[in-house]
Structure formats: C-alpha cells, structure tokens
Design a protein around this ligand. Structure first.
Ligand SMILES: [Zn+2]
Length: 544
C-alpha cells in the first residue's frame, strides 16, 4: 500500500499527482505546496507513478453501477484540452463496457489520464493515473482521421481494462507478461468490436496478427507466448506475447462458450484479487469454472510457431455423406531445434465451420466447432444432399495457417454466400492473393501479365452487392498487403509485387469505371466511417 507525499514549487508545478485518491492538498507558504495521495489497493512497483507539472485539464464524472461517483480527469498541455474530448468519451465507454460485460467496476474515487508529448512508449496503466503518449489521447476533429479516433478509443480502453487484468490481479514475474497483456488485448479487441463493427474489427485484428506475429513466428525471434528465457525484459514486448496471447484467450472463450468464459473470468478475479499470479492460474480458473481439462490446450503457451492445418474433403454422392479430414503440423522453431530433447506435441485447435451449398443455402449440422486434438482426425456428416463447400476456421477461431484446396468457382460462391463475414472476406483475399501471386510469377518470368477475367468479375460483384456494408466492402476489395504476399513468396521481387497489383486494379477500373464513380458519388455526401472508408478505397483505385 502506497502513501505518497509530494512537495514542490507552487508556480512551476501546480499539479502534484500520484496513484489512488488525493487526501490532502495545501499551500506551505514560501512559494511551495504539498499533496498527499493514498492508494488503498495493493500494487507492484511498476504501477507506481508521480506527475508534477503545469498542464490543462478536462474534467467529467462517471457513476458506477454500485453508485460510486468517480471524478475523471484528462490532463494535456495548456491549450490542447479540447482535443481530449474523444479520449474522455472513450474512457466513459470503457468503464460502462467492463461493468456490463464482466461486472468489473472501477475501485477509486478518481481516474486520471496524463498526456505527454515526449513519452517513449504508447501508454502505461499506472494505477488510477495512466500516462499516455499524446498521439494516443489528443485528436483534433479538424485533422484527425477515423483511424486516429479508433486507436485512441482502443488504447484508452486497453489501459483502463488493465485496472483489473494487470493491476488488481498482476503477474508473478515477467515471463508471465501475457497473463496481463494477452488478456487485456483480448478485452480491448472485444470492446472495440462492440463499439464499432465486430466483423470489421476481427478482420483488422487478424490482418495485424498475420503480418506481425506470423512473421515473428516463422523467423529467428520465434518464441512461446510464455517464454522460458530472455536477454532483457524489454525483449518481451512482442506481437507473440500481446496478440497471439490474445488469440489463445479467444480460443478458450470459443471452447467453453461466452457464458462459460464469463464464469471463468469471474472465478479468476474472485480467486486471485490482490495477488501476483501465473498464466497457469488463469487457465485453471477458466477450466475449473467449466469443468474442462486444459492440459493439452496449454501447449499453446509453451510451444512456439504457427500450426498448419491441411484440409481434405470427400463427398459420397451415393451415401450422401461428407467427410472432413484435418491434419496438423508445426515446424520446430530455431530455439526448439537447439534442444535435442524437445518433442512438439499436437495442439488443441478449435475450428468453427459451416457447410454451404452452391445455391448459397447453409446445410444444417449438429455442431459448428471441430476440436482437432490429434495429428490427424476425421469427421463424417450424413444426409448431405449435394457436395457442399466447407467454410472452416470461421471468425478465425484458431491462429493457424489453413491449407485447403478450393476451386475458383467455390471461392466465388463463398464470396457471395458465406454467412460468416470473416470467411467471406477471407475468400476474396484468397482469390486476390492467388491472382497476385500468379501475376508475380509472370512478371518474374518476364511474360505478359494477363488478369483472370473471373477475378475482375468477382470484384465487380462485390462492388455492386448493395447488401455488403461499405466498410466490409472496402476490405473485400483490398488487395493483399506486401507483408502478406512476402510470407508466401520464396524470392522477393518488390517491382513484381507492384506490377501485379497495379495490373489487377487497372483492369478492374477499366471494366467497372462507371460503377466505381457512381458508388463514389453515392457515398460522397454521407458521413460515416464506412462511407469514408469505401470512398477512399475507390479513390485509391481510380487514381492508380
Ligand atoms: Zn497493456
């Protein structure tokens, strides 16, 4: 328990802040003043903070469900206060969301966010006194973009959610960093999804995971979510510990279900409030609350690398049976290879799926989650009237690489009909990635680049489907990023990447120019994030 007394020059440092609640503030005469703070909650030293300075402030208040009146303050350099209003709004949304989702309330009488222009990190969750890099707090309505606003909302949420996942229950040591970071990233992703669009949020999170974490996993820095050793603790602030850590938590939620997961979270906070615990303790709380064995599942914490799942499908038209065979593998990482005794065990991989008929109708199935626990497993479905298209790893239920042979025609059917928004976009991405790679090969071989007319037709279909919401449409029309292409290519020829992408865009624009311009004009006067995103995507295309 910390009690902090601060004394300083009254003119130079009118603000004297620390963690917890302010008990006393007085002038000492002689140009100096004094403040006393007390934080009634136990905390590790990394959550301590002290701020002395001269700043402007925006003030508001929030009443918790149980009736506590909390004073909210966002501090910023003088003159920049009005740029804090979005951060303040986001803070109130976060407080409400955590109460409604997990029943977690704020536990002090004041909550302060301090925006600093030269802060060497993004933001820090010091108890009751968050310290932020200005770029994650300040937003000028005249110049800030939708992405800026979204990022502020997400990081304000992240640091606020740490008050429980990180501060009230903290990590026993830094090897357990993902206990607080994986869980809190998961919580801020869910929060952002609820504040905006869940499917768009999921797609952005997975895009980021694939470009940052998958490349980490396949390189010399590959490490487990709970590493065994390190050279310096700052090496731990990685995409694996943060983003893959969040994916592991998400898989737990998928396995035990939303209700079961909330039960597990409640047990975790009840059991460990005020303690410094381990990832093991978290997994035990979720499994105890649901009476489920997580022994194998916990390999996600100790084994590094991205598993690959191969899909084989077989349809028996006479018996009306459809079979799915899944086989998993995961290459040893550099560090795992160095240990001759290391044996990589199969992961517990939860895969959400659905069967879609060529007419677009979904086939009724007895369950929608395949639990792949062995190297290879098979499932048989009866009464399947005709050969279905398998839409698997829906919502990206597991952080794996999927190898599934699919004809161009079936990809197109999923683009049109998949009821899972994530996989619908996945199908368009798959189609575009295949086409880009085919054209890259042509560019490398110095042969003519001729686009597949079916691909251009499919893009036209997406463009003109009025049922797809504009933000999703912009995502489905987006070509794969260079990072994503680079992960697939043996040799990297950047000029070939550019040529291939440009060729697709030019052919698409030539064929659908009128539709593109019409859609642009239709969304131009409208003023939502989706309208702006789609408009900018169209501008991107027609100005190439
Ligand atoms: Zn964090």
């Amino acid at each position: 328990i910390y009690t902090v007394e601060i004394e300083a020059d009254e003119k130079k440092y009118p603000l004297l802040l620390s963690n917890g609640d302010c008990l006393e503030k007085k002038s000492l005469g002689n140009g100096r003043h004094y403040a006393k703070w007390n934080d009634p909650h136990k905390k590790p030293s990394y959550l301590f903070a002290l701020v002395a300075g001269d700043m402007g402030v925006v003030t508001d208040s929030y009443k918790t469900t149980s009736g506590r009146e909390v004073k909210l303050e966002v501090f910023a350099p003088h003159g920049k206060q009005e740029r804090c209003l979005h951060a303040m709004k986001s803070l109130k949304q976060s407080m409400k969301w955590d109460e409604e989702t997990y029943g977690l309330e704020y536990d002090l009488n004041q909550y302060m966010v301090v925006s600093i222009d030269d802060f060497n990190m993004g933001a820090m969750e010091n108890k009751g006194l968050n310290v932020f890099n200005s770029k994650l707090v300040l937003a000028d309505v005249k110049t800030a973009t939708d992405d800026d606003f979204h990022q502020i909302q997400s990081v304000i949420g992240h640091e606020y959610f740490h008050n429980w996942s990180g501060n009230r229950v903290t990590c026993r040591n830094w090897f357990e960093l993902s206990l607080k970071e994986g869980l809190t990233v998961f919580r801020d992703q869910e929060f952002s999804g609820d504040m905006t669009s869940r499917s768009v949020q999921r797609i952005h999170d997975v895009d980021s995971l694939r470009s940052r974490q998958f490349s980490e996993d396949s390189g010399p820095n590959a490490h487990a979510v709970r590493p065994e050793s390190c050279l310096a603790v700052d090496n731990f602030y990685t995409a694996t510990i943060y983003e893959k850590g969040a994916e592991v938590i998400r898989m737990m939620q998928t396995i035990v279900g939303l209700k079961g997961f909330k039960k597990g979270m409640a047990l975790y906070f009840k059991r460990h409030d005020g303690q410094a615990v381990t990832i093991e303790n978290f997994a035990t709380a979720i499994s105890d609350a649901n009476q489920i064995d997580f022994t194998q599942f916990k390999l996600w914490y100790s084994q590094a690398g991205t598993p690959v799942v191969h899909v084989e499908e077989n349809y028996d038209a006479v018996k009306k049976q459809f079979k799915i065979k899944l086989t998993q593998s995961c290459d040893l990482t550099l560090t795992e290879k160095l240990d001759p005794t290391f044996v990589k065990e199969p992961f517990y991989i939860p895969l959400r799926f659905g069967l879609v008929l060529p007419t677009g109708k979904a086939i009724k199935i007895p369950f929608d989650l395949l639990a792949l626990k062995e190297v290879s497993q098979e499932w048989t479905f009866a009464d399947v009237p005709e050969k279905p298209i398998l839409s698997i790893n829906r919502e990206f239920s597991a952080p794996i690489k999927l190898v599934q042979n699919m004809s161009g025609q079936n990809i197109l059917l999923l683009i049109k009909f998949d009821s899972d928004a994530f996989n619908r976009r996945e199908a368009s991405m798959k189609m575009l990635l295949q086409e880009v790679r085919r054209l890259i090969a042509c560019a490398k071989n110095k042969t003519a680049l001729i686009t597949n007319p079916d691909v251009i037709e499919a893009l036209g279909y997406i463009l003109n489907d009025s049922k797809i919401d504009p933000q999703m449409k912009a995502l489905m029309l987006s070509l794969p990023s260079n990072m994503v292409i680079a992960q697939e290519e043996e040799t990297l020829v950047p000029e070939a990447f550019m040529q291939a992408k440009k060729k697709i865009i030019i052919d698409f624009v030539n064929q659908f120019q009128n539709d593109l311009v019409k859609l642009y004009k239709q969304h131009h006067p409208l003023d939502t994030i989706g309208d702006r995103t789609l408009k900018n995507k169209i501008l991107d295309f027609i100005t190439v």
